[in-house]
Design a protein. Structure first.
Ligand SMILES: [Zn+2]
Length: 410
């Protein structure tokens, strides 16, 4: 049916032994002529087939050959529509000749990705793969939610995360709100839903009541915290989609495992944005997939991330310093421990407070764990911090007291 993209890695044998899956993509039919081509844990792409031609809605991360999979399933001329320009939806664009995106996304799609994004995402992927084993163990023992469809897979054979690149691509067609994409016996209507990004669209197959929600509708965190997000526009887009709910039967979303949702989700999300804007939503501090701190408004079937005061560059105390100076003769670990030490001395972190995790420091500064550990070693030897099992790196009590306690113990 479709080309198998083999997953690999040395540990294939103990990989989700209960539900072995050999392909990077989870491919399954969702409705007549509609297929999910998911990269589980990452992103969900959709193939929508008409009598004459087919559309692939989004091309995923680009770590495996999604074109051969989609063509194998479609068996007819195939073109790409991007739900928006973000790399996790357009990573496989380079494999295709015909790419359509909303007018507002064309330039963004052709622009190089921000520095460190590819590396940051691969670190996230690595963490997911590492921590997945524990999730699977708990699921096998208690919850039994994971199926063959929702297995996290190791990266495909021959793919080297160190070489992952986000390749800018050029759109060959521009979409506008209300455009209709004719597939033969099936029409997809373009609904421009700015908010997550300026170019976000949904596709609506009115005949079958299928709404493809892009990143506007999701079942985990809805990302409204990004630099190109607009929370008020997002709220308007969500309300507009809620207005369609009566003619929608199923809502397919681009992230997380609950791909297929009832139309009630549209109203829930519109209401959620309303509560977020009127200040009645419950918030907590959280972090996005790259480790940046965000504020999270939590609801029953989804949450909404918005930017915290200092979201884009780590906590305020770190942001004021900017990045470490890679050209400096002072080693990076030494620069990092200086930054942390000054912040501790300035009282930005109080004794007993937990410092950002190694993963967070890694994401904010774009430096390796080895460098981070070396910096923490220096601080620990200095008596500035204490490493506590299960808690992390904690700011030590003021030196004098700490010295007295240490002396008393000896
Ligand atoms: Zn996105």
């Amino acid at each position: 049916m479709s080309t198998l993209v083999e997953v690999g890695g040395a540990d294939r044998d103990d990989w989700g032994a209960a539900h072995p899956r050999k392909s990077w993509f989870d491919v399954r039919p969702l409705a007549d002529g509609v297929f999910l081509i998911a990269e589980p844990g990452h992103v969900n792409n959709f193939l929508i087939v008409g009598e004459d031609r087919a559309v692939l809605l989004d091309t995923g991360l680009g770590v495996a050959d999604i074109r051969s999979v989609a063509e194998g399933l479609a068996g007819k001329p195939l073109s790409v529509v991007n739900s928006h320009y973000h790399f996790d939806h357009s990573g496989g664009n380079r494999l295709f000749d015909e790419i359509a995106i909303h007018r507002a996304g064309a330039e963004l799609l052709a622009k190089p990705a921000p520095d460190g994004l590819a590396e940051g995402y691969m670190r996230y992927t690595q963490r997911m793969i590492e921590e997945w084993r524990e999730y699977k163990r708990l699921d096998d023992t208690y919850f039994h939610l994971v199926t063959a469809d929702t297995l996290i897979r190791p990266l495909p054979d021959g793919f080297d995360p160190a070489n992952y690149q986000i390749v800018p691509t050029t759109a060959t067609a521009l979409l506008d709100d209300g455009d209709e994409i004719e597939l033969g016996g099936r029409v997809l209507r373009v609904i421009h839903t700015p908010g997550h990004s300026p170019d976000s669209i949904c596709l609506f197959d009115e005949r079958d009541g299928l709404l493809f929600g892009g990143d506007t509708i999701n079942t985990g965190p809805i990302y409204a915290q990004l630099e190109d997000s607009d929370v008020e526009a997002f709220a308007r887009s969500a309300r507009r989609l809620a207005g369609l709910a009566d003619s929608v039967a199923r809502v397919f979303v681009c992230h997380f495992m609950r791909v297929d949702n009832p139309p009630g989700l549209l109203r829930e999300i519109a209401d959620g944005f309303e509560r977020l804007l009127d200040g009645s939503a419950p918030f907590r501090d959280s972090a996005d997939s790259l480790g940046y701190p965000v504020r999270e408004a939590c609801f029953d079937h989804f949450s909404i991330f918005i930017a915290g005061e200092d979201s884009r560059a780590g906590p305020a105390v770190l942001r004021t310093r900017g990045q470490l100076d890679r050209d400096s003769p002072v080693p990076l670990y030494y620069q990092l421990q200086e930054v942390l030490k000054e912040d501790i001395d300035a009282g930005h972190w109080q004794p007993g407070e937990v410092l950002p995790s190694e993963a967070e420091l890694e994401a904010w500064f774009g430096i390796s764990r080895t460098v981070i550990r070396k910096a923490l070693d220096v601080l620990e030897a200095d008596g500035q911090v204490i490493r506590q099992k299960g808690r992390g790196t904690v700011v030590a009590p003021p030196k004098l007291v700490y010295g007295a306690v240490a002396a008393a113990r000896e």
